[in-house]
Write a protein that binds this ligand. Structure first.
Ligand code: ADP
Ligand code: MG
Length: 209
């Protein structure tokens, strides 16, 4: 089983719709421990991505993901723009010139994206960031593909479950990175907005394949 280019495009469109549906929710989460713009930032970025999709639809998957990266970096202010931009940039390099993605391609894409975000943002698991959703998701995907030899959709489903748990685990954490870290102990008791959008991104992928 592979992820086709059509499914990849569908994922980006689906994620845009899901972000629109969750715009107020993400912004409320950010209002509690940040500056109340995460939903606005993500919707602005991905609406532009969706608008640009027809211009790259004939190109390979790496080029499509590169467009996503460039669009996010240029349209999304705040921490999340460069961080998601880096994720998609590293993902695009991992799958350059591909017309479809195998299990191994998806694994490499996720690993490269996580590595990019971690390097760029310097966040460790436990710092109450998007890394707390993405890192367990990548680990679960790897376990499903490499160790358990599961089919691609099952592996994605397990990654989504791990991201959801990782997102929930951010609630008691004290933020060590980003705006929420300015609050110190007062950041505890709230779910991280970036971990939430990251879970929604993976859930949208599962819904698209
Ligand atoms: P800003 O904080 O600049 O307003 P957003 O509100 O769009 O940007 O995004 C906030 C999210 O960005 C946080 O919830 C967190 O998940 C993520 N984030 C912030 N700083 C970092 C970092 N250094 N590494 C990883 N993720 C981070
Ligand atoms: Mg914010």
């Amino acid at each position: 089983m592979v992820i086709s280019k059509q499914q990849l495009v569908k994922w980006l469109e689906r994620f845009t719709t899901v972000l629109e549906e969750n715009k107020d929710y993400l912004t409320e989460l950010d209002a509690a421990i940040g500056d109340a713009d995460h939903g606005i930032n993500m919707v602005r970025g991905f609406q532009k991505v969706t608008a640009e999709l027809p211009t790259v639809a004939q190109q390979d998957i790496g080029s499509i993901l590169k467009m996503v990266s460039m669009t996010l970096i240029s349209t999304v202010g705040g921490a999340s723009g460069p961080l998601y931009g880096t994720l998609f940039l590293r993902a695009s390099t991992a799958v350059a010139n591909k017309q479809e993605l195998t299990e191994q391609d998806v694994l490499q894409m996720l690993q490269a994206g996580l590595e990019g975000i971690s390097k760029r943002g310097q966040a460790q698991p436990g710092d109450k960031t998007m890394v707390d959703a993405l890192a367990p998701a990548v680990a679960a995907f790897e376990q499903a593909i490499i160790v358990e030899n599961k089919p691609l959709p099952v592996a994605v489903q397990q990654a989504v479950a791990a991201a959801e748990q990782g997102m929930k685990n951010t609630v008691p954490m004290v933020a060590k990175k980003g705006r929420a870290s300015y609050l110190g102990q007062r950041s505890a008791g709230h779910q991280d907005p970036g971990a939430t959008s990251c879970y929604l991104m993976l859930k949208s992928l599962w819904e698209s394949i």
